[in-house]
Design a protein around this ligand. Structure first.
Ligand code: NAD
Ligand code: TYD
Length: 360
């Protein structure tokens, strides 16, 4: 049975990936999820799988090399899927240091631990061991409004402390592949949306605020463009790259779904109106009048757009969920998980995981 070590599996994409993997492979795999449980990590995201025999949660910081080495010593890890990171650009502008610690040094710890567990005396690696580093399109910088795409060959040009820290972590992974022939891949994905996304990011923030009649903050002129991908399509892409991609290669993941932020906000408002039943008091709260233009983000990248040609051609990946369906699925999920949103915004989940952790 193949054993996966997933870092950051209690966060947004990591928890969706774990759900995806158990749905796809069921009892054919084992997953060990290592997560520090920062403000963004939430064990409630994994409630429905936490009792599985083939799932283990370990609370640890990826910067803690002893704790990470211990996991490798005690388990024969076949796959590492490395999500753990500080992930929010606005936070990185306010406090860059933790981004460098977790994203850069944490990645180095993960690389060293996997290398030391997998390396043979002759400097080659045990067969069928693979490390996948989950990264972002933000490392490529910003595109002009009127054209161009990010390819795997696009030079790195990060602008925020977040993207600079992710770019540095990518470079470290690349250096391990080049220097040691360390068996790894890097994926650079566009903006994700879907269930379990923390409401500091655009889409869940707009859904949550609109339903409460709160202001919808639009940075700058609202015309910055992001390329949105439903999170389960990202999860599928990661698995496909790890199993079908060529080792040592980078793959961009994105679905050609570019939209201006203001368009996203209008789509969300329209879809909420459509989906809320007549008589629901929230229907009157959801309104375009909530849209509020605010000061622009410092160093705000204008446009991101992924060219997914390589992953389509080499790996056979394509996105299954169009934005219209994905946003409905996301809104439906938030309707059905009001408590999740309340707990996350009130901080109650912190108590939940402390209690959970003590019982493990
Ligand atoms: P997230 O902030 O929702 O989750 C991050 C997880 O990592 C949390 O569970 C957190 O507790 C954990 N974590 C943070 N610091 C840690 C540490 N020092 N040790 C152990 N665990 C730690 O982030 P996300 O949106 O799920 O992103 C996951 C990965 O995907 C990141 O590497 C991010 O750069 C990348 N990515 C995100 C997007 C996106 O749109 N969200 C797009 C492309 C790539
Ligand atoms: P975000 O979800 O933070 O993702 P990223 O910055 O990693 O792309 O932001 C997506 C876009 O939405 C980005 O251009 C910034 C903008 N934005 C707003 O206009 N208002 C907001 O309240 C937030 C959180 C983001």
């Amino acid at each position: 049975m193949r054993t996966y070590l997933v870092t950051g599996g209690a966060g947004f994409i990591g928890s969706n990936y774990i759900h995806y993997m158990f749905k796809k492979y069921d009892n054919e795999i084992r997953i060990i999820n290592v997560d520090k449980l920062t403000y963004a990590g939430n064990l409630e995201n994994l409630k429905d799988i936490e009792d599985r025999e083939n799932y283990t949660f370990v609370k640890a910081d990826i910067c803690d090399s002893e704790a990470i080495m211990k996991i490798f010593d005690e388990n024969d890890i076949d796959r590492v899927v490395h999500f753990a990171a500080e992930s929010h650009v606005d936070r990185s502008i306010r406090n860059p240091e933790v981004f460098v610690k977790t994203n850069v040094l944490g990645t180095l710890v993960m690389l060293n631990a996997a290398k030391s567990a997998w390396e043979l005396p002759d400097g080659t690696f045990k067969p069928d061991k693979k490390f996948l580093h989950v990264s972002t399109d933000e490392v490529y910088g910003s595109l002009e409004e009127d054209g161009g795409f990010f390819y795997e060959t696009t030079p790195y040009d990060p602008h925020s402390p977040y993207s600079a820290s992710k770019a540095s972590s990518d470079m470290l992974v690349k250096s391990y592949m080049d220097t040691y022939k360390f068996p790894a891949n890097i994926t650079n994905c566009s903006n994700n949306y879907g269930p379990y996304q923390f409401p500091e990011k655009l889409i869940p923030l707009i859904i949550n605020n609109a339903l409460q009649g709160k202001k919808l903050p639009v940075y700058g002129d609202g015309k910055n463009v992001r390329d949105w991908l439903y999170v389960m399509d990202h999860a599928k892409g990661i698995d496909m790259v790890q199993e079908k991609g060529r080792l040592f290669e980078t793959y961009n993941i994105g679905g050609h779904n570019e939209k201006q932020n203001i368009q996203i906000i209008h789509i969300i408002l329209d879809t909420l109106q459509e989906m809320l039943p007549e008589g629901d008091p929230r229907k009157e709260l959801v309104s375009e009048n909530l849209i509020t233009y605010v000061e622009d983000r410092k160093g705000h990248d204008r446009r991101y757009a992924i060219a997914p040609d390589k992953i389509k051609e080499e790996v056979g990946w394509y996105p299954e969920t169009c934005f219209e369906d994905g946003i409905r699925l996301t809104i439906q999920w938030f309707f059905e998980h009001e408590d999740w949103m309340k707990n996350v915004t009130s901080g109650d989940y912190q108590k939940y995981y402390e209690a959970m952790y003590k019982t493990k």
